[in-house]
Design a binder for this molecule. Structure first.
Ligand code: HEM
Length: 525
Protein backbone atom coordinates (compact mmCIF):
# COMPACT_ATOMS: atom_id res chain seq x y z
CA UNK A 1 0.00 0.00 0.00
CA UNK A 2 2.84 2.39 1.00
CA UNK A 3 4.68 1.55 -2.21
CA UNK A 4 1.53 2.25 -4.23
CA UNK A 5 1.06 5.57 -2.41
CA UNK A 6 4.67 6.63 -3.14
CA UNK A 7 4.52 5.63 -6.78
CA UNK A 8 1.27 7.57 -7.20
CA UNK A 9 2.76 10.67 -5.59
CA UNK A 10 5.84 10.43 -7.76
CA UNK A 11 3.63 10.01 -10.80
CA UNK A 12 1.67 13.16 -9.93
CA UNK A 13 4.83 15.19 -9.26
CA UNK A 14 6.36 13.92 -12.47
CA UNK A 15 3.34 14.84 -14.59
CA UNK A 16 3.35 18.30 -13.06
CA UNK A 17 6.99 19.02 -13.83
CA UNK A 18 6.61 17.51 -17.26
CA UNK A 19 3.70 19.75 -18.19
CA UNK A 20 5.59 22.79 -16.95
CA UNK A 21 8.39 22.17 -19.39
CA UNK A 22 7.57 24.51 -22.21
CA UNK A 23 9.16 25.56 -25.37
CA UNK A 24 10.94 28.92 -24.66
CA UNK A 25 9.64 30.42 -27.89
CA UNK A 26 6.06 29.83 -26.76
CA UNK A 27 6.50 31.89 -23.58
CA UNK A 28 6.47 35.25 -25.23
CA UNK A 29 2.70 35.58 -25.88
CA UNK A 30 2.02 34.69 -22.23
CA UNK A 31 4.11 37.41 -20.62
CA UNK A 32 1.47 40.11 -20.73
CA UNK A 33 -1.45 38.07 -19.33
CA UNK A 34 0.89 36.59 -16.70
CA UNK A 35 1.94 40.04 -15.50
CA UNK A 36 -1.72 41.14 -15.32
CA UNK A 37 -2.62 38.00 -13.31
CA UNK A 38 0.26 38.56 -10.89
CA UNK A 39 -0.79 42.17 -10.41
CA UNK A 40 -4.36 41.08 -9.76
CA UNK A 41 -3.23 38.40 -7.31
CA UNK A 42 -1.08 40.92 -5.48
CA UNK A 43 -3.99 43.40 -5.19
CA UNK A 44 -6.36 40.70 -3.95
CA UNK A 45 -3.84 39.45 -1.38
CA UNK A 46 -3.18 43.01 -0.21
CA UNK A 47 -6.92 43.69 0.07
CA UNK A 48 -7.41 40.41 1.94
CA UNK A 49 -4.70 41.10 4.47
CA UNK A 50 -5.84 44.68 4.89
CA UNK A 51 -9.43 43.65 5.59
CA UNK A 52 -8.24 40.79 7.88
CA UNK A 53 -6.06 43.34 9.61
CA UNK A 54 -9.12 45.42 10.52
CA UNK A 55 -10.72 42.46 12.16
CA UNK A 56 -10.19 41.45 15.75
CA UNK A 57 -9.55 37.73 15.46
CA UNK A 58 -9.53 35.31 18.40
CA UNK A 59 -6.03 34.34 19.63
CA UNK A 60 -4.35 31.63 17.59
CA UNK A 61 -1.42 29.31 18.21
CA UNK A 62 1.27 29.54 15.51
CA UNK A 63 0.48 27.41 12.47
CA UNK A 64 2.41 25.61 9.76
CA UNK A 65 2.14 26.46 6.07
CA UNK A 66 -0.45 24.25 4.30
CA UNK A 67 -1.32 22.14 7.38
CA UNK A 68 -2.29 25.07 9.59
CA UNK A 69 -2.77 23.58 13.07
CA UNK A 70 -3.74 20.07 11.96
CA UNK A 71 -0.48 18.68 13.33
CA UNK A 72 -1.46 19.86 16.84
CA UNK A 73 -4.61 17.76 17.09
CA UNK A 74 -2.96 14.41 17.78
CA UNK A 75 -5.02 11.26 18.15
CA UNK A 76 -7.08 12.59 21.07
CA UNK A 77 -7.91 16.16 19.95
CA UNK A 78 -10.06 17.04 23.01
CA UNK A 79 -7.02 16.63 25.27
CA UNK A 80 -4.59 18.49 23.02
CA UNK A 81 -7.07 21.30 22.41
CA UNK A 82 -7.52 21.69 26.19
CA UNK A 83 -3.74 22.20 26.56
CA UNK A 84 -3.72 24.74 23.72
CA UNK A 85 -6.71 26.58 25.22
CA UNK A 86 -4.87 26.90 28.54
CA UNK A 87 -2.26 28.95 26.69
CA UNK A 88 -4.44 30.84 24.21
CA UNK A 89 -7.81 31.21 25.92
CA UNK A 90 -11.35 29.77 25.82
CA UNK A 91 -12.04 31.16 22.33
CA UNK A 92 -9.20 30.18 20.05
CA UNK A 93 -8.93 30.31 16.27
CA UNK A 94 -7.17 27.39 14.62
CA UNK A 95 -6.78 26.46 10.99
CA UNK A 96 -7.31 22.93 9.75
CA UNK A 97 -5.52 23.35 6.43
CA UNK A 98 -7.30 26.33 4.91
CA UNK A 99 -10.46 26.03 7.05
CA UNK A 100 -10.79 28.36 10.07
CA UNK A 101 -11.94 26.50 13.19
CA UNK A 102 -13.06 28.20 16.39
CA UNK A 103 -12.39 26.13 19.51
CA UNK A 104 -14.65 26.84 22.49
CA UNK A 105 -13.40 25.74 25.93
CA UNK A 106 -15.38 27.54 28.63
CA UNK A 107 -18.99 27.59 29.82
CA UNK A 108 -19.15 31.33 29.26
CA UNK A 109 -18.00 31.09 25.63
CA UNK A 110 -20.31 28.09 25.02
CA UNK A 111 -23.28 30.14 26.26
CA UNK A 112 -22.42 32.82 23.71
CA UNK A 113 -22.30 30.24 20.89
CA UNK A 114 -25.32 28.13 21.78
CA UNK A 115 -27.63 30.78 23.18
CA UNK A 116 -26.75 34.19 21.76
CA UNK A 117 -25.61 33.02 18.29
CA UNK A 118 -27.44 29.70 18.05
CA UNK A 119 -29.21 30.67 14.82
CA UNK A 120 -26.08 31.84 12.98
CA UNK A 121 -24.31 28.67 14.15
CA UNK A 122 -27.26 26.37 13.48
CA UNK A 123 -25.79 24.33 10.60
CA UNK A 124 -23.09 21.72 10.59
CA UNK A 125 -20.14 21.21 8.25
CA UNK A 126 -20.87 18.34 5.87
CA UNK A 127 -17.70 16.61 4.76
CA UNK A 128 -17.28 14.43 1.69
CA UNK A 129 -17.32 11.12 3.58
CA UNK A 130 -20.30 12.17 5.71
CA UNK A 131 -22.27 13.00 2.58
CA UNK A 132 -21.85 9.46 1.30
CA UNK A 133 -22.45 7.80 4.66
CA UNK A 134 -25.55 9.75 5.74
CA UNK A 135 -27.47 10.08 2.50
CA UNK A 136 -26.18 13.46 1.44
CA UNK A 137 -27.17 15.14 4.73
CA UNK A 138 -30.82 14.04 4.52
CA UNK A 139 -30.63 12.96 8.16
CA UNK A 140 -31.31 15.14 11.23
CA UNK A 141 -27.74 15.36 12.50
CA UNK A 142 -26.17 16.75 9.32
CA UNK A 143 -29.10 18.46 7.52
CA UNK A 144 -28.40 22.17 7.06
CA UNK A 145 -30.46 24.42 9.33
CA UNK A 146 -33.78 25.29 7.65
CA UNK A 147 -37.27 24.04 6.84
CA UNK A 148 -36.23 20.53 5.78
CA UNK A 149 -34.21 20.01 8.98
CA UNK A 150 -37.14 21.29 11.08
CA UNK A 151 -39.51 18.79 9.49
CA UNK A 152 -37.27 15.72 9.77
CA UNK A 153 -36.25 16.63 13.32
CA UNK A 154 -39.90 16.93 14.31
CA UNK A 155 -40.69 13.46 12.84
CA UNK A 156 -37.66 12.02 14.61
CA UNK A 157 -38.49 13.58 17.96
CA UNK A 158 -42.25 12.96 17.93
CA UNK A 159 -42.09 9.40 16.67
CA UNK A 160 -38.99 8.06 18.39
CA UNK A 161 -37.86 10.26 21.25
CA UNK A 162 -40.82 12.09 22.79
CA UNK A 163 -41.55 11.33 26.45
CA UNK A 164 -44.62 9.32 25.35
CA UNK A 165 -42.51 7.20 22.99
CA UNK A 166 -39.75 6.71 25.55
CA UNK A 167 -42.43 5.55 27.99
CA UNK A 168 -43.91 3.22 25.34
CA UNK A 169 -40.48 1.59 24.87
CA UNK A 170 -40.36 0.78 28.58
CA UNK A 171 -41.16 -2.94 28.10
CA UNK A 172 -38.32 -3.20 25.56
CA UNK A 173 -35.90 -1.64 28.06
CA UNK A 174 -37.06 -3.90 30.85
CA UNK A 175 -36.89 -7.09 28.78
CA UNK A 176 -33.46 -6.26 27.36
CA UNK A 177 -32.14 -5.39 30.84
CA UNK A 178 -33.49 -8.67 32.26
CA UNK A 179 -31.78 -10.58 29.42
CA UNK A 180 -28.55 -8.68 30.07
CA UNK A 181 -28.62 -9.60 33.79
CA UNK A 182 -29.40 -13.23 32.89
CA UNK A 183 -26.37 -13.35 30.58
CA UNK A 184 -24.17 -12.06 33.41
CA UNK A 185 -25.64 -14.57 35.89
CA UNK A 186 -24.94 -17.42 33.49
CA UNK A 187 -21.41 -16.34 32.66
CA UNK A 188 -18.41 -17.97 34.22
CA UNK A 189 -15.29 -15.90 34.79
CA UNK A 190 -14.89 -12.23 33.92
CA UNK A 191 -17.57 -10.63 31.71
CA UNK A 192 -16.68 -8.32 28.85
CA UNK A 193 -18.83 -5.35 29.86
CA UNK A 194 -17.74 -3.25 26.87
CA UNK A 195 -19.10 -5.85 24.44
CA UNK A 196 -22.26 -6.43 26.47
CA UNK A 197 -23.10 -2.69 26.68
CA UNK A 198 -22.71 -2.40 22.96
CA UNK A 199 -25.01 -5.40 22.31
CA UNK A 200 -27.57 -4.13 24.83
CA UNK A 201 -27.87 -0.65 23.27
CA UNK A 202 -27.86 -2.04 19.77
CA UNK A 203 -30.63 -4.54 20.53
CA UNK A 204 -32.72 -1.85 22.29
CA UNK A 205 -32.44 0.59 19.37
CA UNK A 206 -33.08 -2.20 16.84
CA UNK A 207 -36.31 -3.12 18.61
CA UNK A 208 -37.45 0.51 18.95
CA UNK A 209 -36.50 1.39 15.37
CA UNK A 210 -37.10 -1.84 13.38
CA UNK A 211 -39.47 -3.78 15.61
CA UNK A 212 -37.02 -6.66 15.94
CA UNK A 213 -33.44 -7.31 16.91
CA UNK A 214 -30.74 -9.06 15.02
CA UNK A 215 -28.77 -10.12 18.11
CA UNK A 216 -26.38 -13.01 17.65
CA UNK A 217 -27.43 -13.73 14.03
CA UNK A 218 -24.85 -13.37 11.26
CA UNK A 219 -26.73 -10.28 10.06
CA UNK A 220 -26.70 -8.80 13.57
CA UNK A 221 -22.96 -9.30 13.98
CA UNK A 222 -22.29 -7.78 10.55
CA UNK A 223 -24.50 -4.79 11.38
CA UNK A 224 -22.66 -4.16 14.68
CA UNK A 225 -19.34 -4.36 12.85
CA UNK A 226 -20.65 -1.93 10.21
CA UNK A 227 -21.75 0.54 12.88
CA UNK A 228 -18.29 0.43 14.45
CA UNK A 229 -16.73 1.13 11.05
CA UNK A 230 -19.25 3.92 10.43
CA UNK A 231 -18.38 5.67 13.73
CA UNK A 232 -14.69 5.34 12.94
CA UNK A 233 -15.13 6.86 9.47
CA UNK A 234 -17.33 9.70 10.79
CA UNK A 235 -14.56 10.50 13.27
CA UNK A 236 -11.73 10.47 10.71
CA UNK A 237 -10.32 13.75 9.43
CA UNK A 238 -10.05 13.45 5.68
CA UNK A 239 -7.29 15.73 4.47
CA UNK A 240 -9.12 16.73 1.25
CA UNK A 241 -11.88 18.44 3.25
CA UNK A 242 -9.34 20.88 4.65
CA UNK A 243 -6.68 21.02 1.94
CA UNK A 244 -8.66 20.46 -1.27
CA UNK A 245 -5.64 20.03 -3.54
CA UNK A 246 -4.57 17.05 -1.42
CA UNK A 247 -7.88 15.24 -1.86
CA UNK A 248 -6.13 12.76 -4.16
CA UNK A 249 -4.51 11.27 -1.05
CA UNK A 250 -7.74 9.68 0.18
CA UNK A 251 -8.28 8.29 -3.31
CA UNK A 252 -4.91 6.57 -3.37
CA UNK A 253 -4.71 5.47 0.27
CA UNK A 254 -8.00 3.58 0.06
CA UNK A 255 -10.04 5.82 2.40
CA UNK A 256 -12.60 6.84 -0.25
CA UNK A 257 -13.02 3.22 -1.28
CA UNK A 258 -13.64 2.20 2.33
CA UNK A 259 -16.27 4.93 2.70
CA UNK A 260 -18.03 3.75 -0.49
CA UNK A 261 -17.92 0.17 0.71
CA UNK A 262 -19.36 0.89 4.19
CA UNK A 263 -22.04 3.20 2.72
CA UNK A 264 -23.10 0.48 0.26
CA UNK A 265 -23.21 -2.31 2.87
CA UNK A 266 -25.15 -0.12 5.32
CA UNK A 267 -27.60 0.83 2.60
CA UNK A 268 -28.13 -2.83 1.66
CA UNK A 269 -28.82 -3.70 5.29
CA UNK A 270 -31.28 -0.84 5.84
CA UNK A 271 -33.00 -1.54 2.51
CA UNK A 272 -33.48 -5.16 3.63
CA UNK A 273 -34.94 -4.04 6.97
CA UNK A 274 -37.49 -1.71 5.34
CA UNK A 275 -38.43 -4.33 2.76
CA UNK A 276 -38.97 -6.91 5.50
CA UNK A 277 -41.07 -4.45 7.48
CA UNK A 278 -43.26 -3.84 4.44
CA UNK A 279 -43.80 -7.53 3.77
CA UNK A 280 -44.53 -8.88 7.26
CA UNK A 281 -47.75 -7.64 8.88
CA UNK A 282 -47.44 -5.92 12.26
CA UNK A 283 -47.10 -8.16 15.31
CA UNK A 284 -46.32 -11.24 13.22
CA UNK A 285 -43.35 -13.49 12.60
CA UNK A 286 -40.02 -12.32 13.97
CA UNK A 287 -41.36 -8.86 14.71
CA UNK A 288 -41.95 -7.39 18.15
CA UNK A 289 -45.45 -7.38 19.51
CA UNK A 290 -44.78 -4.20 21.44
CA UNK A 291 -46.82 -1.98 19.19
CA UNK A 292 -45.41 0.36 16.60
CA UNK A 293 -41.79 0.96 15.83
CA UNK A 294 -40.03 3.84 14.08
CA UNK A 295 -39.89 2.23 10.61
CA UNK A 296 -43.61 1.33 10.78
CA UNK A 297 -44.49 4.89 11.64
CA UNK A 298 -42.35 6.30 8.84
CA UNK A 299 -43.99 3.90 6.40
CA UNK A 300 -47.40 5.15 7.57
CA UNK A 301 -46.30 8.78 7.15
CA UNK A 302 -45.00 7.85 3.70
CA UNK A 303 -48.25 6.14 2.66
CA UNK A 304 -50.54 8.80 4.07
CA UNK A 305 -48.27 11.72 3.23
CA UNK A 306 -49.02 13.44 6.54
CA UNK A 307 -45.71 15.02 7.45
CA UNK A 308 -45.55 17.95 5.05
CA UNK A 309 -42.37 16.40 3.69
CA UNK A 310 -42.35 13.42 1.40
CA UNK A 311 -40.53 10.61 3.18
CA UNK A 312 -38.75 8.67 0.48
CA UNK A 313 -36.60 5.60 1.07
CA UNK A 314 -33.39 7.58 1.49
CA UNK A 315 -34.91 9.82 4.15
CA UNK A 316 -36.26 6.80 6.04
CA UNK A 317 -32.87 5.12 5.94
CA UNK A 318 -31.07 8.33 6.94
CA UNK A 319 -33.34 8.79 9.97
CA UNK A 320 -32.98 5.17 11.08
CA UNK A 321 -29.22 5.54 10.76
CA UNK A 322 -29.37 8.63 13.00
CA UNK A 323 -31.01 6.57 15.71
CA UNK A 324 -28.02 4.22 15.58
CA UNK A 325 -25.31 6.87 15.18
CA UNK A 326 -26.88 9.03 17.90
CA UNK A 327 -28.07 6.35 20.25
CA UNK A 328 -25.94 3.22 20.36
CA UNK A 329 -22.32 4.21 20.78
CA UNK A 330 -23.14 7.17 23.02
CA UNK A 331 -25.17 5.21 25.59
CA UNK A 332 -22.76 2.27 25.61
CA UNK A 333 -19.77 4.62 26.03
CA UNK A 334 -21.43 6.27 29.05
CA UNK A 335 -22.15 2.85 30.59
CA UNK A 336 -18.62 1.64 29.95
CA UNK A 337 -17.07 4.69 31.69
CA UNK A 338 -19.51 4.63 34.60
CA UNK A 339 -18.61 1.03 35.47
CA UNK A 340 -14.92 1.86 35.00
CA UNK A 341 -15.10 4.74 37.48
CA UNK A 342 -17.17 2.71 39.96
CA UNK A 343 -14.53 -0.03 39.89
CA UNK A 344 -11.86 2.62 40.48
CA UNK A 345 -13.85 4.20 43.34
CA UNK A 346 -15.12 1.42 45.64
CA UNK A 347 -16.64 3.88 48.14
CA UNK A 348 -18.79 5.45 45.39
CA UNK A 349 -19.79 1.93 44.27
CA UNK A 350 -20.78 0.99 47.79
CA UNK A 351 -22.76 4.18 48.36
CA UNK A 352 -24.62 3.62 45.08
CA UNK A 353 -25.32 -0.04 45.88
CA UNK A 354 -26.67 0.92 49.32
CA UNK A 355 -29.03 3.49 47.80
CA UNK A 356 -30.33 1.24 45.03
CA UNK A 357 -30.73 -1.81 47.30
CA UNK A 358 -32.48 0.20 49.99
CA UNK A 359 -35.00 1.61 47.53
CA UNK A 360 -35.48 -1.33 45.16
CA UNK A 361 -34.89 -4.08 47.75
CA UNK A 362 -35.07 -7.42 45.89
CA UNK A 363 -37.45 -6.27 43.16
CA UNK A 364 -36.65 -7.77 39.79
CA UNK A 365 -38.16 -4.80 37.96
CA UNK A 366 -37.04 -1.45 39.31
CA UNK A 367 -39.71 1.11 38.40
CA UNK A 368 -39.60 4.77 37.33
CA UNK A 369 -41.04 5.59 40.72
CA UNK A 370 -37.95 4.01 42.32
CA UNK A 371 -35.58 5.94 40.03
CA UNK A 372 -37.17 9.20 41.14
CA UNK A 373 -35.94 8.48 44.68
CA UNK A 374 -32.41 7.49 43.66
CA UNK A 375 -30.64 10.84 43.99
CA UNK A 376 -27.17 9.38 44.23
CA UNK A 377 -27.73 7.32 41.05
CA UNK A 378 -28.69 10.52 39.23
CA UNK A 379 -25.60 12.28 40.64
CA UNK A 380 -23.36 9.43 39.42
CA UNK A 381 -24.83 9.71 35.90
CA UNK A 382 -24.29 13.49 35.81
CA UNK A 383 -20.73 13.06 37.06
CA UNK A 384 -19.91 10.51 34.36
CA UNK A 385 -21.28 12.79 31.64
CA UNK A 386 -19.16 15.65 33.02
CA UNK A 387 -16.02 13.58 33.37
CA UNK A 388 -16.32 11.41 30.24
CA UNK A 389 -18.77 13.08 27.83
CA UNK A 390 -19.33 10.48 25.05
CA UNK A 391 -18.85 13.16 22.33
CA UNK A 392 -15.99 15.19 23.91
CA UNK A 393 -16.06 17.73 21.06
CA UNK A 394 -19.86 17.60 20.63
CA UNK A 395 -20.92 17.69 16.95
CA UNK A 396 -19.38 20.64 15.06
CA UNK A 397 -21.36 23.65 13.88
CA UNK A 398 -20.55 26.13 11.12
CA UNK A 399 -21.07 29.93 10.93
CA UNK A 400 -23.57 30.79 8.19
CA UNK A 401 -22.49 34.48 8.17
CA UNK A 402 -19.90 36.77 9.75
CA UNK A 403 -20.53 37.08 13.47
CA UNK A 404 -18.97 38.85 16.44
CA UNK A 405 -18.45 36.53 19.40
CA UNK A 406 -17.33 38.07 22.69
CA UNK A 407 -15.65 40.92 20.83
CA UNK A 408 -13.92 38.68 18.27
CA UNK A 409 -14.74 38.67 14.56
CA UNK A 410 -15.57 35.21 13.26
CA UNK A 411 -16.09 34.90 9.52
CA UNK A 412 -18.77 32.96 7.66
CA UNK A 413 -17.69 29.37 6.99
CA UNK A 414 -15.75 29.05 10.27
CA UNK A 415 -16.28 25.65 11.86
CA UNK A 416 -17.08 25.78 15.58
CA UNK A 417 -16.00 22.96 17.89
CA UNK A 418 -17.14 22.97 21.51
CA UNK A 419 -14.81 21.08 23.82
CA UNK A 420 -17.36 19.72 26.34
CA UNK A 421 -14.61 17.56 27.85
CA UNK A 422 -12.48 20.64 28.65
CA UNK A 423 -15.53 22.60 29.86
CA UNK A 424 -16.40 19.75 32.24
CA UNK A 425 -12.88 19.93 33.67
CA UNK A 426 -12.54 23.70 33.79
CA UNK A 427 -11.39 24.79 37.28
CA UNK A 428 -13.23 28.11 36.89
CA UNK A 429 -16.51 26.14 36.85
CA UNK A 430 -15.72 23.12 39.02
CA UNK A 431 -13.98 22.40 42.33
CA UNK A 432 -11.33 19.71 41.94
CA UNK A 433 -12.48 18.95 38.40
CA UNK A 434 -10.00 16.09 37.92
CA UNK A 435 -11.67 14.06 40.68
CA UNK A 436 -14.63 11.72 40.11
CA UNK A 437 -16.98 12.97 42.80
CA UNK A 438 -20.73 12.46 42.26
CA UNK A 439 -21.40 14.22 45.60
CA UNK A 440 -20.79 17.56 43.82
CA UNK A 441 -24.27 17.18 42.29
CA UNK A 442 -26.18 16.24 45.45
CA UNK A 443 -26.93 19.76 46.60
CA UNK A 444 -26.68 21.40 43.22
CA UNK A 445 -29.30 22.25 40.64
CA UNK A 446 -26.83 21.83 37.75
CA UNK A 447 -28.24 19.52 35.10
CA UNK A 448 -27.34 18.40 31.58
CA UNK A 449 -30.61 19.50 29.99
CA UNK A 450 -29.06 22.50 28.29
CA UNK A 451 -29.51 25.38 30.73
CA UNK A 452 -26.20 24.99 32.56
CA UNK A 453 -23.37 25.59 30.15
CA UNK A 454 -20.73 24.02 32.38
CA UNK A 455 -22.39 20.63 31.78
CA UNK A 456 -23.31 20.18 28.12
CA UNK A 457 -22.67 16.54 27.11
CA UNK A 458 -25.84 16.70 24.96
CA UNK A 459 -25.12 20.16 23.51
CA UNK A 460 -28.05 22.57 23.64
CA UNK A 461 -30.06 25.09 21.64
CA UNK A 462 -31.79 24.37 18.35
CA UNK A 463 -29.36 21.59 17.45
CA UNK A 464 -29.18 20.14 20.95
CA UNK A 465 -29.58 16.38 21.34
CA UNK A 466 -33.20 15.23 21.26
CA UNK A 467 -32.27 11.87 22.82
CA UNK A 468 -31.75 12.90 26.48
CA UNK A 469 -34.86 11.19 27.93
CA UNK A 470 -34.22 8.02 25.89
CA UNK A 471 -30.57 7.88 26.99
CA UNK A 472 -31.16 8.58 30.67
CA UNK A 473 -33.93 5.96 30.86
CA UNK A 474 -31.55 3.33 29.42
CA UNK A 475 -28.53 4.30 31.52
CA UNK A 476 -30.58 4.37 34.75
CA UNK A 477 -32.18 0.98 34.32
CA UNK A 478 -28.96 -0.85 33.40
CA UNK A 479 -26.82 0.83 36.04
CA UNK A 480 -29.33 0.30 38.84
CA UNK A 481 -29.71 -3.38 37.96
CA UNK A 482 -25.97 -3.97 37.66
CA UNK A 483 -25.26 -2.58 41.13
CA UNK A 484 -28.36 -4.03 42.78
CA UNK A 485 -27.88 -7.60 41.61
CA UNK A 486 -24.10 -7.98 41.62
CA UNK A 487 -20.98 -7.08 43.54
CA UNK A 488 -18.13 -6.21 41.21
CA UNK A 489 -14.41 -6.94 41.23
CA UNK A 490 -11.58 -6.73 38.77
CA UNK A 491 -10.17 -10.04 37.46
CA UNK A 492 -7.07 -11.62 38.99
CA UNK A 493 -7.23 -9.55 42.16
CA UNK A 494 -6.37 -6.33 40.31
CA UNK A 495 -7.27 -3.06 42.02
CA UNK A 496 -9.13 -0.09 40.57
CA UNK A 497 -5.97 1.98 40.37
CA UNK A 498 -4.50 -0.70 38.04
CA UNK A 499 -7.20 -0.11 35.41
CA UNK A 500 -5.84 1.14 32.10
CA UNK A 501 -7.65 4.43 31.43
CA UNK A 502 -6.34 5.05 27.91
CA UNK A 503 -8.97 6.49 25.57
CA UNK A 504 -9.56 5.23 22.04
CA UNK A 505 -9.63 7.96 19.33
CA UNK A 506 -12.94 8.48 17.53
CA UNK A 507 -16.02 10.69 17.31
CA UNK A 508 -17.19 9.00 20.55
CA UNK A 509 -14.39 8.25 22.95
CA UNK A 510 -14.40 4.70 24.36
CA UNK A 511 -11.93 2.93 26.58
CA UNK A 512 -9.05 1.68 24.48
CA UNK A 513 -9.10 -1.72 26.17
CA UNK A 514 -12.44 -3.49 26.76
CA UNK A 515 -13.64 -3.46 30.36
CA UNK A 516 -13.56 -6.92 31.93
CA UNK A 517 -14.97 -7.49 35.43
CA UNK A 518 -16.08 -10.30 37.72
CA UNK A 519 -19.75 -10.28 38.76
CA UNK A 520 -20.56 -11.88 42.10
CA UNK A 521 -24.27 -12.43 42.65
CA UNK A 522 -25.71 -10.49 45.59
CA UNK A 523 -28.69 -11.60 47.67
CA UNK A 524 -30.82 -9.27 45.51
CA UNK A 525 -30.02 -11.18 42.31
C1 HEM B 1 -25.54 9.51 26.22
C2 HEM B 1 -26.20 9.62 25.09
C3 HEM B 1 -26.09 10.76 24.10
C4 HEM B 1 -25.22 11.81 24.03
C5 HEM B 1 -24.09 12.13 25.00
C6 HEM B 1 -25.56 12.60 22.87
C7 HEM B 1 -24.92 13.77 22.48
C8 HEM B 1 -25.30 14.55 21.41
C9 HEM B 1 -24.65 15.79 21.05
C10 HEM B 1 -23.48 16.41 21.76
C11 HEM B 1 -25.30 16.30 19.97
C12 HEM B 1 -25.01 17.61 19.26
C13 HEM B 1 -25.67 18.72 20.02
C14 HEM B 1 -25.39 20.13 19.56
O1 HEM B 1 -24.90 20.35 18.44
O2 HEM B 1 -25.69 21.04 20.34
C15 HEM B 1 -26.34 15.36 19.64
C16 HEM B 1 -27.20 15.52 18.58
C17 HEM B 1 -28.12 14.55 18.21
N1 HEM B 1 -28.41 13.39 18.89
FE1 HEM B 1 -27.62 12.77 20.63
N2 HEM B 1 -26.62 12.02 22.24
C18 HEM B 1 -26.99 10.90 22.96
C19 HEM B 1 -28.04 10.06 22.68
C20 HEM B 1 -28.85 10.14 21.58
C21 HEM B 1 -29.92 9.21 21.26
C22 HEM B 1 -30.34 8.03 22.13
C23 HEM B 1 -30.44 9.60 20.06
C24 HEM B 1 -31.53 8.97 19.24
C25 HEM B 1 -31.91 7.73 19.32
C26 HEM B 1 -29.72 10.80 19.64
C27 HEM B 1 -29.95 11.49 18.47
C28 HEM B 1 -29.37 12.71 18.17
C29 HEM B 1 -29.71 13.49 16.98
C30 HEM B 1 -30.72 13.10 15.92
C31 HEM B 1 -28.93 14.64 17.03
C32 HEM B 1 -28.91 15.78 16.01
C33 HEM B 1 -29.82 16.91 16.42
C34 HEM B 1 -29.79 18.04 15.39
O3 HEM B 1 -28.77 18.27 14.76
O4 HEM B 1 -30.84 18.68 15.23
N3 HEM B 1 -28.77 11.08 20.58
N4 HEM B 1 -26.32 14.31 20.53
Amino acid sequence: MRKKFLSNSIHILFSFSYSSKMDQTQLHPFIFPTLISLLLLWSITKWFFKSAGNKKLPPSPPKLPILGNLHQLGSLPHQNLQSLARKHGPLMLLHFGSVPVLIVSSADAAREIMRTHDLTLGSRPLYKAHKKLVYDGKDVVFAPYGEYWRQVRSIFVLQLLSNIRVESFRSIREEETALFMKKIRESSGPVNLTKMFSEFTNDGICRSAFGRKYGESENGKKFLQLLTELMELLGTISIGDFIPWLSWITRVNGFDKRVDNVAKRLDDFLEGVIQERMEIPKGQGVLDKNGENFVDIMLEIHNENTAGVSIGRDIMKALVLDAFVGGTDTISTALEWVMTELLRHPTVMEKLQNEVREIAKDKQDITDNDFEKMHYLKAVIKEILRYHPPFPLLVPRVASKDVNIKGYDVSAGTVVMINAWAIGRDPTSWNEPEKFQPERFLNSSIDFKGLDFELIPFGTGRRGCPGIAFSVANIEIVLANLVQKFNWELPEGAEGKDLDMTERPGITVHRDIPLLALAIQSKYC
